[in-house]
Ligand binder design. Structure first.
Ligand code: FAD
Length: 496
C-alpha cells in the first residue's frame, strides 16, 4: 500500500496541512508516502493561466521535487491532455501503487470543488478514502458569518474585525504544521521507480520566448526557499515602513510574495507568523502600523476567497449584484488594444501596463489605476480587463483578481462607489511625484522629461511638442469628458 498527497496550488513542503496529514497517515500505517502533480494544458487554458505563471509553476515543481527527494518522498508528474481525465489519472495512479488514501488541500473555485466532490465519491465507492482539507486561507472560508444576518460578510471592514477576533480566539489557526519527517530507506526503496521523474516543458500554447524565460527566471526565482528569503527580508527591512510607502510604485516597498502565494510556495500562515516573529508584534492589532496594514492586506486575500465560497456564481462571469449587469459597456477594440499595450496617452497607465508585460507583475496602486481607467474612462467591460490580467499575471489568482476588478470597476463585493472615478493624472502626481516609475517603463518619455519634470504626468497638456517628438501617443479620451460619460452610464445602468 501507499498514501498519496496530490499537489495542486500548494507547492511546498513546509506548513502544508494536507501533506502533513498524509505523512502522518503513511507513517502510522508503515507505508510509503508518494506525491502526485497533474498537469492539464486544457485546464491551464480554461483557467487562463499566464505563460509566465506556468513557467513559475514548472520551475517550482523542480525545487519541490528536490526538497521532497531529500525527505525520501517522490513527486511524480503526469500530463493529461483533457481536463476531464484528471480524475481517472488520480485513480489509475492510486491503483498502480495500491494506495488506499488520498490527501489534498481544498481549492474553492467551482470547477475544482465539483471535481473534488466527484473524486471523494468515487474513492468511497472503491473502498478508498479522499481527505480534502482547508489550507490556503488563514481562516477557512465559510467560517465567518455576520452576527446580524447569519450570512457571509459582503463588507470587508466588519469581516476583518471578526477575522482578527476569530484568530485571536483560535490561535491554532496560525500554528504552522511540521514538514514531513524523512521517510525510512526501506519505504523509499518500495517506490524507487517514482523518483527523478522529468519535469515537462511548458505546453505549446504557454511558451515564453528565450528572452522572457531568462528575464522571468531572474525576477522570480522559484520555490519555497526563495519565498521565505523574500519574506524574511521584507519583515526585516520594509514591513515597518509599509503603511507609509506601499502606495508608491517606484519604491520597492511591498513584499512581492504574491507569485509565491499563488502557486503555494509559501503559506499565508507562514507570512503572518514570520511577521510576528521578526517584528515582535504581540497580536494582530498590537504591532507597528506597517505590520497591521500588511496583515490587513494579507487578509484581503482571505476575504475574496470567502466571497468566492459564499457566492460561487462570481466564478461564472457574473457580477456580484445582478443590477451591475445593466451597465452598457463598450467593446471598442482599438481602445482595448491601446490599453493592453500601454499606449493610452496616460503615462501612469502606460507605465503600469508595460510593467505587467516586462515583469508579469504590477504594483497594487497601479492595478487599481489601470482597472479604473479601463472600466470608467474607457467604459470597457471590466471582464475583458480581468481576463487580460489573468492571461498575463505571474500571480494571477481567480478570487483576488476578480475581487480587485470588482472593487475598481465598482461592480464587486464592497466596491469603490461608482462615482469615485480616479483621475489618472492626479493619481500619477500623487503616487509617482517625480515620475521615476513612469521614466522607468516609458523610455520615450524619459528621453524628453527629466526626473521631477511635472509635464511627465500629462505631456500633451503641458509639453505637447516634446511629447509628439518623443513619439508618445495622445490621450485616447479626455478624462473630463470620459468621467461625465462614465457617471451617466453607471447611473443609467444602476437606475440611480
Ligand atoms: P503586499 O503588499 O506585500 O501584500 C501581501 C499579500 O497580501 C499579497 O501578496 C497578496 O497575497 C495579499 N494582498 C495584498 N493586497 C491585496 C488585495 N488588494 N487583494 C487581495 N490580496 C491582496 N493579487 C493576486 O495575488 N493575484 C491577482 O490576480 C490579483 N489581481 C488584482 C487585480 C486588481 C484589479 C487589483 C486592484 C488587485 C489585484 N491583486 C491581485 C491584489 C494585489 O494587487 C496584489 O496581491 C499585490 O499587488 C501583490 O504584491 P505583493 O505581494 O508585493 O503584496
Amino acid at each position: 500500500g501507499a498514501v498519496v498527497h496530490w499537489f495542486k496550488t500548494d507547492l511546498r513542503t513546509n506548513d502544508n496541512r494536507a501533506l502533513a496529514m498524509a505523512a502522518d497517515k503513511a507513517a502510522n500505517a508503515g507505508v510509503p508516502l508518494i506525491c502526485l502533480y497533474i498537469i492539464s494544458p486544457e485546464d491551464w487554458e480554461a483557467h487562463l493561466r499566464a505563460p509566465v505563471r506556468v513557467d513559475l509553476i514548472l520551475r517550482t515543481l523542480k525545487v519541490l521535487q528536490d526538497d521532497l527527494a531529500k525527505l525520501n518522498i517522490p513527486l511524480w508528474i503526469e500530463t493529461v491532455d483533457k481536463r476531464k481525465n484528471v480524475r481517472s489519472t488520480v485513480h489509475t495512479f492510486m491503483e498502480s501503487w495500491n494506495a488506499n488514501h488520498l490527501f489534498a488541500n481544498m481549492e474553492y473555485e467551482v470547477d475544482e470543488l465539483r471535481r473534488e466532490t466527484a473524486l471523494v465519491r468515487e474513492c468511497a465507492s472503491k473502498g478508498k478514502s479522499m481527505t480534502v482539507i482547508h489550507d490556503t486561507c488563514v481562516v477557512p472560508p465559510g467560517r465567518l458569518t455576520s452576527s446580524s444576518s447569519g450570512r457571509p460578510y459582503a463588507v470587508y471592514t466588519p469581516w476583518f474585525k471578526t477575522w482578527k477576533q476569530h484568530i485571536h480566539d483560535n490561535e491554532d489557526l496560525v500554528d504552522l504544521v511540521d514538514t514531513p519527517a524523512k521517510q525510512a530507506d526501506d519505504l523509499k526503496a518500495k517506490v524507487s521507480k517514482l523518483f527523478g521523474c522529468a519535469i515537462p516543458e511548458s505546453p505549446k500554447n504557454k511558451q515564453l520566448t528565450k528572452d522572457e524565460k531568462t528575464r522571468f527566471a531572474k525576477l522570480w526565482p522559484a520555490g519555497e526557499h526563495e519565498a521565505v528569503r523574500r519574506l524574511q527580508q521584507f519583515c526585516d527591512d520594509r514591513i515597518n515602513g509599509y503603511s507609509r510607502n506601499r502606495d508608491f510604485p517606484a519604491q520597492d516597498a511591498t513584499s512581492s510574495l504574491s507569485p509565491y502565494l499563488a502557486c503555494g510556495a509559501i503559506s499565508a500562515r507562514t507570512m503572518i507568523q514570520t511577521a510576528f516573529d521578526r517584528t515582535g508584534a504581540k497580536a494582530l492589532d498590537r504591532g507597528t502600523d506597517g505590520f497591521k496594514v500588511w496583515v490587513s492586506e494579507v487578509a484581503w486575500r482571505d476575504f475574496y476567497r470567502h466571497v468566492l465560497a459564499g457566492w460561487p456564481y462570481v466564478c461564472m462571469n457574473k457580477p456580484f449584484k445582478a443590477v451591475y449587469s445593466n451597465i452598457e459597456w463598450s467593446y471598442n477594440k482599438e481602445h482595448f488594444t491601446a490599453w493592453c499595450e500601454g499606449r493610452t496617452g496616460y503615462p501612469i497607465v502606460d507605465a503600469a501596463m508595460r510593467q505587467l508585460r516586462e515583469q508579469g507583475w504590477m504594483h497594487n496602486r497601479c492595478r487599481m489605476i489601470v482597472a479604473s481607467f479601463l472600466a470608467k474612462d474607457l467604459l470597457i467591460d471590466w471582464r475583458m480587463g480581468e481576463k487580460f490580467f489573468m492571461e498575463n499575471l505571474v500571480d494571477g489568482d481567480f478570487s483576488s483578481n476578480n475581487g480587485g476588478w470588482g472593487f475598481s470597476a465598482s461592480v464587486g463585493v464592497d466596491p469603490q462607489p461608482y462615482f469615485r472615478i480616479f483621475n489618472p493624472t492626479r493619481q500619477s502626481e500623487r503616487f509617482d511625484p517625480d515620475g521615476v516609475y513612469i521614466r522607468h517603463y516609458v523610455p520615450e518619455l524619459a528621453k524628453v522629461f527629466e526626473e521631477g519634470a511635472s509635464a511627465i504626468h500629462e505631456p500633451y497638456a503641458k509639453e505637447a511638442a516634446k511629447a509628439r517628438k518623443a513619439g508618445y501617443p495622445e490621450p485616447l479620451v479626455p478624462h473630463k469628458d470620459a468621467r461625465e460619460k462614465a457617471l451617466a452610464a453607471y447611473k443609467k445602468g444602476l437606475g440611480k
